[in-house]
Every structure is written in C-alpha cells, then in structure tokens.
Design a binder for this molecule. Structure first.
Ligand SMILES: *Cc1c(COP(=O)(O)O)cnc(C)c1O
Length: 411
C-alpha cells in the first residue's frame, strides 16, 4: 500500500483534459457539508434550519457557477456531470420540439456524450448532420449555416475540443443559429478553465459544464438554460420537483458546494492559470522539438494546456506503456482509451488511422510544475528513441530521406 502511494506520487500527471485534481480549497469547502457536525441536511428540507442552511449553500454555489459564465443563477441547473447535462439538453429539446422537426446539427469532433446521444436519437428517427472541420481543422459558422434546414430543432457544438484543445468560434455560430430561432447547445466542459466564457456572447440557449474538468469534484455538473421561461425542455429523470422540476433527485450539497468553490476560484484566477499553462506548454513543445518527425495535431486557435502530438512510427499504446509509471497521458479521449480504436476526433480531422495511432495527448494545468514538464519531455523523448530503434518501419523512414516535416494538422 505504501509502495503504491509512493508510485502514484511519482507519476507526472499530464492528463488534465481527462480530469483535474480537486483544488485543496475546494476539498476544504466540501468537507464542511458532510459529517455529523457539518451541514449535511437535505437542501430541500426547508422546514428546519439545517435544511435551510444546506439550501442556502446550494444557492450560493449556483451564484458562483452563474458568475463564471455570466448567466443569472436561476438559469443554472445542477446535474451529475456534463454527460447528464448534454443528455438533458439534447433529448430535452428533441422531446419538446417533436412537432417542429427531427433534424439536429452537430460535429464529428464532439465528445461521445454528444455523439452517442445523437446516435440514440438517430435510432428513434431523428436525422443527424455531423459537420466535418475544414482544412484548418475548424468547424466554421459558414458550414453550420449551410446545414440548417426548416426542420432543424437543435445545433450542438463544443467550444474547446478535449483531445486537441482547438477552440471553435461558438460566438459566430451562435449568431447564425440564433438568427434562425433554433436552440443552440454549447459543450463548454473544457472551456471554463481555459477561456473567458459568456453565455450571452455565445448566444447559447444551453451550456453544459463539468465539475471535474475545472478543479471541482467528479459526479457534479451544471446545465445552463437560457431564461426562466425558456419554451423548453422536459425532464429526463423523473422523481421529484427539484431543479425547476427538470431534474429530480436529492441535491448532493457537498458536490455542489465544491463545484461552486471551483467556479469562484476560476473567476478569480483563470487568467493567471492560463498564463502559466501557456508558459508550460511552450516549454513542453520546446523540449519536444528536438524529437525528429514530431507533429502537432489540431489546427486553429488552441486553448492553453492541451497538446496533441504524434511521433512517426511510434505506436501510442507502446509509448504510453513505456513511460507508464512515470508519465500519465492519453492516447485519445479517456472515454475511448479502453478500446483499441483510434481517436474519432483525430480521424475527423483527416488523420489516417496510422497517424491517429501514433498520437498522444499531453494536458497540463494548475498544479503542473516546470520541472515535471521538463522531466516528462525527457522521458518521452527517450522512449520515442528507444521504440524507434526497435522499429523496422522507422529504419526505412530514416534511411529513406529527411524531407522536412512541417507542423500542421491533417495528413
Ligand atoms: C469530460 C467531458 C464531457 C463529459 O463530462 P462528465 O462530467 O465527465 O460527464 C463532455 N464533454 C467534454 C468536452 C468533456 O471534456
């Protein structure tokens, strides 16, 4: 057990896009809402003071999350995470607008929470348009506009891609979708820790957030729903009148307090976090620049702290295995890393299966140190060299010529 703890501490964590550690200030806030001496009462038990206190804490946290995205507190609904928020927004709109059409527009670069929900709806008779990015790796407002139809009932687009960090211009898309009066959902799970987010600027009707991607706990999320009187959506979970009757279930006070505290911390220090992440990312890329035939995947503007790189002739699973005890990283999104399927995002960007299978995602954040970045880069470079020395394929590439490799997206 002791050995294992030491081992854990020694692993350099470069997988912030899969989940962030909970900020110690968040942990401290959360524990006050659990124990027998804490504020543990059911926040819906408004008839007694302990319940009222818990209820007030839930509302304070709602205020904190609302402030982070420039929404009003009554537009923020608690869920168990971004996956549930996404399900509620997409299925909720599909149910509510069933008489108006069955066409949904989204992109092939979305998180599986969006893609699988859309696949489910496709089986129920909905028609899904999956937009592909342009040659620069970006999904643009223009292509969204071309995809809209008279029977389009929803557009769903992610703001920061969890695998490449690429930022989609949701504001431009929101304008076009809004002009047509079509509901617009933004998956902002990766955005709030990395960008200023403003629901009005994005013209979003719905926005999904996740506690554990923003230094809060796992198992809590939020869905922004524009306007109290949004013509709206129906519940997907039935059982009580919590959360405007849209999401039944006892509210997890400690989780909610944690997400609220995490939001307040970000409002305070996101700019400082981003500045640091940019510096660390630059350091990482500088150190990796010495590796030949390395390329950065994903074009366009990128959010700080998510870098997707590929090393020619180096299988990503082998690379991760080689540094398994020293560096934690990802070969795609964590949700698909149990399959040996290449990342759908990288394929969607136009990479070949081979290119996708030689790509790894390195993501860093608030608690990453420059020493860790330097050490990780050094370990990765060593492993790449070693794996290539065993590769017949690499021998051919190496002998075949040193044509210069530009760092671009795609093939
Ligand atoms: C992590 C993530 C989700 C899912 O969030 P959970 O809170 O883990 O359900 C959805 N979208 C994106 C972009 C994510 O990164």
């Amino acid at each position: 057990m002791f050995h294992r703890l030491v081992w854990m501490a020694d692993t350099i964590y470069l997988d912030y896009a899969a989940t962030t550690p909970v900020d110690p200030a968040v942990v401290e806030a959360m524990v006050r809402y659990m124990g027998p001496d804490g504020v543990f009462a059911n926040p819906s038990s408004t008839t007694h003071p302990p319940g009222q206190k818990a209820g007030a804490a839930v509302e304070d946290a709602r205020q904190q999350v609302a402030a982070l995205i420039k929404a009003s507190p009554d537009e923020v609904l608690w869920t168990s995470g971004a996956t549930e928020s996404i399900n509620l927004a997409i299925k909720g709109v599909a149910d509510a607008r069933v008489g108006q059409g069955r066409h949904i527009v989204t992109t092939c670069l979305e998180h599986s929470a969006v893609l699988d929900t859309c696949r489910y709806l496709a089986r129920e008779g909905y028609e899904i348009t999956l937009l592909r990015p342009d040659s620069e790796g970006l999904v643009r407002a223009r292509s969204v506009k071309e995809a809209l139809r008279a029977d389009t009932i929803l557009v769903s687009v992610m703001q920061v891609n969890n695998e490449t960090g690429t930022i989609t211009d949701v504001e431009a898309i929101g304008d076009i979708v809004g002009e047509r009066g079509i509901p617009f959902h933004v998956d902002a799970a990766q955005s709030v820790a990395r960008l200023p987010v403003d629901v009005s600027k994005a013209n979003a009707d719905f926005m999904s957030l996740s506690g554990h991607k923003m230094y809060g706990p796992k198992g809590v999320g939020a869905l922004y729903i524009r306007g109290r009187s949004h013509p709206g959506i129906g519940p997907q979970i039935h059982g009580g009148d919590q959360e405007m009757g849209l999401r039944a279930g006892t509210l997890p006070t400690h989780q909610i307090v944690g997400m609220g505290k995490a939001a307040a911390l970000l409002t305070e220090r996101r700019n400082a976090d981003v500045q640091r992440a940019l510096e660390l990312e630059e350091l990482l890329l500088q150190r990796l620049a010495g590796v030949s035939r390395m390329r950065i995947n994903g074009g366009g503007p990128r959010a700080a702290g998510i870098v997707n790189v590929r090393f020619e002739c180096v299988d990503n699973e082998s690379l991760m295995m080689a540094v398994r005890d020293e560096v934690a990283m990802s070969s795609g999104s964590a949700c698909t890393s149990t399959h040996i399927e290449p990342s759908h995002v990288l394929l969607g960007l136009g990479l070949s299966v081979d290119e996708a299978n030689t790509s790894v995602r390195l993501s860093l954040g608030r608690f990453t140190s420059s020493a860790e970045v330097e050490q990780a880069a050094c370990l990765i470079e060593g492993a790449v060299d070693e794996l290539r020395s065993l590769s017949v394929e690499w021998e051919c590439v190496r002998v075949g010529g040193n044509d210069p490799v530009e760092g671009t997206i795609g093939g």
